[in-house]
Design a protein around this ligand. Structure first.
Ligand SMILES: *Cc1c(COP(=O)(O)O)cnc(C)c1O
Length: 481
């Protein structure tokens, strides 16, 4: 690895010139015992060295601006930079959440308009923009369901049904919200098994949480029957809409009979993510759940926008202030610039890309579920595994070609799973290159399995000892003595 900035340090070198101190040298603000007597051992480097340090750091990680990123279920697509620029406009960026409402009418109007758009996209009338991310939106949605049943005096409804093709956050969220999770197995087609569903339905059913398309990238064909069964049993339907780029402008959760749904704004709606940056989430509900929405709610009253707090049945606050506002600006800018035709084109392109790649790769890798997919698909490396090359080896080998690994070993019902989401923003040429690389790695698994097993070979950090890294994480640079 390249020399680190600390190793390039030379006493007396400086990257910046700080202005002369023009206040009392030592105001007595810090108690003596906390004032350090020696200078911190920071790197002393020139401005150029510092610049190179940060530019190099920025290039160590993979990112969508650098290369293809088919990480299934994460929607690592390109997000137009103009939406970042809009969120950085001074009138948005410099706002303070405690400013008086008459000074922030524009921001509230943007939120209100975004709520209207989300409502149209989901077919559900009531919307909150408070949660900070997808799983947080799931929690919000389940707390709404909980408040609803409590309000109706139905305290026995304690169970949330979760198919085995659900995203991992679904059972985790249900547990966190204080429900019991009932898992149901999917059928041969990888879809909800109606008989299995009927078998667990009862007076203790609170809701079903459905990821649709599910984590196999498959649309639930029996969605009409599922919603009928759940509602007849007195339960509600929760739609995990994290990956809305699969269905935008094509179908709506509300029309499918769902009662509540979360949308990950940072996946479909133009916020760059990965690396732990802020996310955003909208939760949309039927009017039956509207009284329980987190407060405050942005409403329009007598031509003005207000933050309504007088909501006696509200579950309360789910986040400080009203959500991650910069993310909401990006989402609104994205929706407005795409328009409704543009948005449905997004989903058609996402679906086309996934099906194209799937077709190109299906003679080289096992495909456990044969029907066409939505925005993503799952390949199994079980054939390669017989040659001693696992899904984990294959995706690490991809790194040598400048491609990020797909999601692996998920969903768990597919052995040696590789979950691939090409997204709508890649060209056919990129998809073809990716297919050629995977096919070449398949060839390698026959002729040169050792090279695949020891990959990556070209990255800054080579194959990691994951067990050791988990047990003895080394998170800090130390000078070698
Ligand atoms: C990403 C994702 C989530 C979780 O969203 P976060 O923003 O990461 O909390 C939930 N469900 C599905 C289907 C997802 O793809």
């Amino acid at each position: 690895m390249e020399e680190l900035i600390y190793e390039r340090s030379k006493p007396g070198r400086q990257a910046i010139t700080v202005p002369k101190l023009d206040v009392d040298k030592k105001p007595n603000l810090i108690p003596d015992e906390y004032v350090r007597s020696t200078a911190p051992a920071l790197a002393e480097v020139s401005e150029l060295e510092l610049m190179r340090h940060f530019v190099k750091l920025s290039q160590l990680n993979h990112c969508i601006d650098k290369g293809f990123y088919p990480l299934g279920s994460c929607t690592m697509k390109y997000n137009p930079k103009v939406n970042d620029m809009l969120a950085a406009l001074e009138g948005f960026k410099e706002l303070h959440p405690l400013q008086p409402l008459d000074q922030v009418q524009g921001a509230l109007e943007l939120m209100w308009n975004l709520q209207q758009s989300i409502s149209e996209i989901t077919g559900l009338p009531a919307v909150t923009l408070q949660p900070a991310a997808g799983a947080h939106g799931e929690l919000t949605g389940l707390l709404l369901i909980k408040a609803y049943f409590k309000d109706k005096g139905q305290h026995n409804r304690t169970k949330i049904i979760v198919p085995d093709t659900a995203h991992g956050t679904n059972p985790a969220t249900a547990t966190m919200a204080g429900f019991d999770v009932v898992e149901i197995k999917s059928n041969k087609k990888g879809l909800v098994d109606l008989a299995a569903l009927k078998a667990v339905l009862g007076p203790d059913t609170a809701a079903i949480m459905l990821t649709n398309p599910n984590t196999l990238g498959l649309f639930e064909e029996e969605i009409g029957s599922i919603q009928k069964l759940i509602h007849e049993a007195g339960g509600l339907l929760y739609y995990d809409g994290a990956n809305l780029n699969a269905i935008l402008g094509l179908v709506r959760p509300g029309d499918m009979g769902f009662d509540v749904c979360q949308l990950n704004l940072h996946k479909t709606f133009s916020t760059p993510h990965g690396g732990g940056g802020p996310g955003g989430c909208a939760v949309a509900t039927k009017s039956t759940l509207e009284p329980y929405l987190p407060k405050p709610v942005v409403v329009k009253k007598d031509g003005k926008f207000i933050l309504e707090t007088d909501r006696p049945k509200s579950i309360g606050k789910i986040k400080g202030f009203y959500g991650n506002f910069g993310i909401l600006v990006r989402a609104f800018a994205y929706i407005s610039s795409m328009g409704s035709n543009g948005l449905s084109q997004v989903s058609k392109d996402a679906i086309l890309s996934a099906n194209y790649l799937r077709a190109r790769l299906s003679s080289h890798f096992n495909v456990t579920h044969k029907q066409p997919c939505m925005h993503e698909f799952v390949l199994s490396a079980s054939r390669q595994k017989e040659r001693g090359v696992s899904a984990g080896h294959i995706v690490k080998r991809l790194l040598d070609f400048g491609v990020h690994a797909p999601t692996v070993y998920f969903p768990m019902i597919v052995p040696e799973a590789m979950m691939i989401e090409p997204t709508e923003t890649e060209t056919k040429e990129t998809l073809d290159e990716f297919a050629s690389i995977l096919i070449a790695i398949d060839e390698e698994s026959k002729n040169d399995p050792e090279t695949v097993r020891n990959a990556p070979h070209t990255t800054v950090v080579r194959k990691l000892d994951e067990a050791l890294a988990a047990r003895k994480p080394n998170l800090r640079w130390r000078r070698e003595s």
